[in-house]
Design a protein around this ligand. Structure first.
Ligand code: AMP
Length: 397
């Protein structure tokens, strides 16, 4: 069966068409600037050149229609007919406490996703728009919701509660939810598979280090802690997000800079992280490494602070897991930036972590980079959230 995987943002839509038997990606692409000037669809069929389709797209319905047209197109299409698509899997960011696993979409599920928009105002409404647009353009095709938060629902209360008045949890559901769950689930499962062990027998720390970044502690196959919180702002220092900070900084900066709460929130989400700390050099680690190597002190500081935060979280998760068997690095930075892995592991040398410098320089492959005498196995395991979504969609059918 062919599964269309959809990741819908407020003005964008990423997609992959995956053959569930071979698990090959038949085509993938992205629609950008939906509802704005300059809407564009970039479509990449497997084994063929990518095509760019620039045409006004006033809403997601039109975007989905254009994606379908591209998939069945005579020249750059990969299927003959829409009926070849057996199911659609949607990435949905927030499933709250209601969803601890993927579900087939019904009207009831859509209402729940809408109700959870209060917790993810930028994401859930966009996910819902994508779901509605697919329902309209592919009537009768089963659709599934795969939640970013679901894998983390196994966390125990001491890991998910904040030190706040209890009534905020009761009234507003303020607690840690965690994100990137599909990736943490996939990478921890793959880690065990590569090692030829059962995930149920392992204590794994997954470091999903991309533009957004989060760490999770996976014990006996279940998530017991993760670094992102009520929103994807908590935890590690990210590309442009601050991660953890003293909550009093919010009102202090608001007063000093004459910013509203929403404006401070914007600074913490879009102008902070390694981008902000480096004095605006970049949120991209390739640029930061280049700048640091050329002697830019702020870029160096941003990188060193980033390494330190990652290592501190990993060591902290030794408590959550009561020991660590494996550390797995994944996502854009985790898979590609050997300096991040090297420096984080150096900070963990006191725990007996030792890596092989040559193996660590290999990029983007499934590989064990620790030495045989390392107390903890360290691996690079490329994530594949789209494949994980396609697999979960098929499992639901
Ligand atoms: P993601 O959000 O997982 O797609 O990760 C995107 C980030 O990965 C980019 O912003 C870069 O910081 C980082 N990245 C991608 N390629 C490389 C590379 N070759 N070296 C270092 N960092 C990289």
């Amino acid at each position: 069966m062919k599964v269309l995987v959809i990741n819908c943002g407020s003005s964008s839509l990423k997609y992959q068409l995956i053959d569930s038997e071979s698990e090959n990606v038949l085509a993938k692409g992205i629609v950008e600037r939906i509802g704005m000037d300059g809407s564009i669809l970039t479509h990449k069929p497997a084994g063929k050149d990518k095509v760019e389709i620039k045409t006004p797209m006033e809403d997601h319905n039109i975007a989905v229609k254009l994606v379908i047209d591209a998939l069945v197109n005579k020249d750059h299409g990969v299927i003959n007919d829409l009926s070849e698509i057996g199911a659609v899997g949607h990435r949905v960011v927030h499933g709250g406490e209601k969803f601890n696993k993927a579900v087939l979409i019904t009207d009831e599920v859509k209402k729940d996703i809408e109700a959870l928009s209060a917790l993810a105002p930028l994401h859930n409404p966009a996910n819902l728009i994508g779901i509605n647009a697919c329902e309209k353009n592919m009537p009768g095709v089963p659709q599934a919701a795969i939640f970013d938060t679901a894998f983390h629902q196994t966390m125990p209360a001491p890991a998910y509660m904040y030190g706040l008045p209890y009534e905020y949890y009761e009234k507003y559901k303020v607690r840690r939810y965690g994100f990137h769950g599909t990736s943490h689930d996939y990478v921890s499962a793959r880690t065990a598979e590569i090692l030829g062990k059962k995930r149920e027998d392992l204590k794994i720390v997954v470091c999903h280090l991309g533009n957004g970044a989060s760490i999770s502690a996976v014990k006996n196959g279940k998530c017991v802690d993760t670094s992102m919180g009520l929103t994807p702002l908590e935890g590690l220092i990210m590309g442009t997000r601050s991660g953890d900070l003293d909550p009093a900084i919010l009102s202090y900066i608001g007063e000093k800079e004459n910013l509203s709460a929403a404006e401070v929130n914007n600074v913490l989400n879009k102008k902070s992280g390694v981008f902000g700390l480096s004095g605006g050099v970049s949120s991209d680690f390739r640029d930061l490494n280049a700048a640091a190597n050329e002697g830019n002190d702020k870029a160096r500081l941003a990188l060193d602070t980033y390494y330190y935060r990652v290592a501190k979280y990993i060591a902290g998760y030794a408590v959550a897991l009561q020991g660590i068997d494996v550390i797995s690095f994944t996502a854009g930075v985790g898979e590609n930036d050997f300096g991040v892995r090297e420096n984080v592991c150096k900070l963990l040398a006191f725990m007996g972590v030792k890596i092989d410098d040559e193996k660590n320089k290999i990029r983007g492959e499934e590989i064990t980079i620790s030495t045989p005498d390392s107390a903890i196995t360290v691996m690079v395991v490329p994530t594949n959230e789209e494949l994980a979504i396609a697999r979960q969609t098929i499992a639901l059918l």
